[in-house]
Design a protein around this ligand. Structure first.
Ligand SMILES: C[C@H](O)[C@H](O)[C@H]1CNC2=NC(N)=NC(=O)C2=N1
Length: 106
């Protein structure tokens, strides 16, 4: 029903610490924490938080890249890493940008 594709244009390899720093500078609010990219999104209430969570799940399915989500009443913590390279890849940053775009002003 929902399209799924190998969407990443990124080479599947672990980025170096310098590459991660350079990418973080282009992705406001994201930081490296315990081996993953992490960002906390805040919302007015549970309903808004869950709307965000469901939109992220839709992206994750379509892109076959699935962030860990920690869901709270007015907050969702998103964590991204790439299992097969045991690190952070360009795919993680691409996914981070797509999640941020959900909340960008039209
Ligand atoms: C086979 C499949 O593409 C992989 O297992 C995908 C699935 N979703 C994933 N999600 C995340 N966050 N990292 C991965 O490395 C990953 N790998």
């Amino acid at each position: 029903m929902f399209p799924k594709k190998d969407w990443s244009t990124q080479e599947r390899r672990a980025l170096t610490a310098i590459e991660i720093e350079a990418n973080l500078a282009q992705h406001p609010g994201w930081q490296l924490h315990a081996g993953a990219l992490e960002k906390t999104y805040r919302f007015a209430n549970y309903h808004e938080t869950m709307a965000f969570v469901n939109a992220v799940a839709f992206i994750a399915h379509a892109q076959d890249h699935h962030p860990d989500l920690s869901v709270h009443y007015g907050r969702c913590v998103v964590r991204l890493n790439t299992h097969d390279v045991q690190g952070i890849s360009g795919t993680d940053f691409e996914c981070a940008a797509r999640i941020d775009a959900l909340l960008a002003a039209p």
